[in-house]
Design a binder for this molecule. Structure first.
Ligand code: FES
Length: 81
């Protein structure tokens, strides 16, 4: 059944405090709401040493910088189809 997607979210202190704390929650809710829990592997990542461009999230190897709760759902819709 479909392919598995990988989401990595930077949980280094900078990204975490600049939005990823909320974003990780939004992603969890989104996956549950859309019954995607078993199709998506969500993992926390360590600081990527690019904090000033963060907060970072990586979906299937593609990096999204400066993401926030306001755009995460759109990105998920687009990337997880
Ligand atoms: S904390 Fe995310 S890049 Fe440094």
């Amino acid at each position: 059944m479909g392919q598995t997607h990988n989401i990595e979210i930077c949980l280094g202190s900078s990204c975490f405090s600049r939005g990823n704390r909320e974003v990780v929650q939004v992603i969890r809710d989104y996956l549950r709401k859309n019954h995607l829990d078993d199709k998506v592997v969500l993992r926390g990542a360590r600081c990527m040493n690019r904090c000033s461009e963060g907060p970072f999230i990586i979906i299937n190897g593609r990096t999204f910088a400066s993401t926030g709760v306001q755009d995460i759902e759109k990105i998920l819709e687009k990337e997880l189809v």
